[in-house]
Design a protein around this ligand. Structure first.
Ligand code: SAH
Length: 343
């Protein structure tokens, strides 16, 4: 296929410039943007207020890349839905929709697979095939909205992949999905979760985004972290925590630290104490997640009494900690359970 413009990945300003190049009046850009990002149509043919000639020109120069819903599983426990989508090139990704009292939250993937190699996570088992484009990340939200017939109010970029390795497309996605002329999802309701790519966190500080940064810490020291997360060999916890502090200072947004509790590895009182010493006084918030089973790891989830104790120790040191509600475990839709499937 010749190189056509992936029109759904263009920001509003970029689309305006492109439409001007075609010699079209400005309002055409508004119409096209609205078709793509408010009405979420899948073809130029559906853009009924455009002339036939313009539609033909758009078809020739651009493409609307769509993703196709292949399977939906619904959890019998909590109504969480897991989607399997096929991309234009046949690759498969998964996304998850969770219903909360405060609204519908969608967990999107940012890559096909993942190269980070965390020992507790299924998404990385077969490595990373490629990055997703901004439009492919957007389409996960659009297709899920269509499927449930309700508005999506929150987005977590916590599906398959490491979002800060696919930096430009992820930032492009955040700008598009929060654009007031598109779905207009508040950036405050968007979370980017990262295993700690330090230079990218520093870069993100300058983007003037209001998104929440979630840092997958999972350990109270570098030694344990290196055992379970290969990325820890590249960036130390000190470098990561310094970058998070800069993020907080520059954006005013508190960083959330994710900590998945693995029986016997990082869930003991001495680990909690060490973590508290590291985070106290920093306005940090810790999200505790008992590790979910995956096909390859034989980690056991922390025991109930250990989780309670862990949380108590953090709170005694004034580090706020909540326990993440596990959603969609019965459909393998919980954290770390999304996998790259083959068709
Ligand atoms: N690559 C990004 C985002 C994807 S993972 C990151 O590392 O943050 C989303 C979250 O689920 C991360 O905090 C990740 O560490 C966590 N996770 C992965 N596998 C898990 C498992 N088996 N049980 C619980 N949490 C897991």
């Amino acid at each position: 296929m010749e190189n056509k413009i992936d029109i759904k990945s263009l920001q509003y300003d970029e689309l305006k410039a492109f439409v001007a190049e075609l010699g079209q009046p400005k309002f055409r850009a508004d119409q096209i943007f609205s078709w793509l990002h408010e009405k979420c149509v899948n073809s130029f043919e559906e853009m009924t207020n455009l002339s036939g000639a313009l539609k033909a020109e758009l078809n020739e120069k651009c493409e609307i890349r769509n993703i196709t819903k292949r399977q939906v599983l619904t959890s019998e426990i909590d109504g969480t839905k897991k989607y399997l989508f096929e991309l234009y090139d046949g690759n498969l990704i998964e996304s998850v929709m969770m219903r909360y009292k405060h609204g519908n939250s969608v967990c999107v993937s940012s890559q096909v697979g993942c190269a980070m190699g965390c020992s507790f996570c299924a998404s990385t088992i077969d490595g990373c095939v490629r990055d997703l484009t901004a439009s492919e990340i957007l389409d996960q939200v659009y297709e899920i909205q269509k499927d449930i017939g309700e508005r999506v109010s929150n987005i977590v970029i916590m599906g398959m992949g490491e979002p800060l390795v696919n930096y430009d497309n992820v930032v492009g996605f955040v700008r598009l999905v929060s654009d007031e002329n598109a779905l207009h999802i508040s950036q405050r309701n968007i979370t980017i979760s990262t295993c700690g790519i330090v230079p990218a966190i520093i870069r993100l500080c300058k983007e003037q985004l209001k998104v929440t940064l979630a840092l997958s810490l999972h350990a109270p020291n570098d030694e344990i972290r290196k055992r379970i997360m290969p990325i820890a060999k590249k960036y130390s916890m000190k470098e990561i925590l310094d970058a998070c502090e800069i993020y907080f200072k520059e954006t005013g947004r508190r960083v959330t630290f994710e900590y998945c509790l693995i029986d016997g590895i990082n869930d003991k009182p001495e680990h909690a104490k060490e973590l508290a010493d590291l985070l106290k006084g920093k306005g940090a918030h810790v999200n505790l997640i008992p590790v979910n089973p995956t096909p390859e790891n034989n980690y056991g989830a922390a025991k109930e009494k250990d989780i309670k104790k862990f949380q108590e120790i953090l709170e005694k040191e004034h580090v706020t900690a909540t326990r993440r509600r596990e959603m969609g475990r019965d459909i393998s839709g919980a954290c770390g359970q999304l996998v790259r499937r083959k068709s």
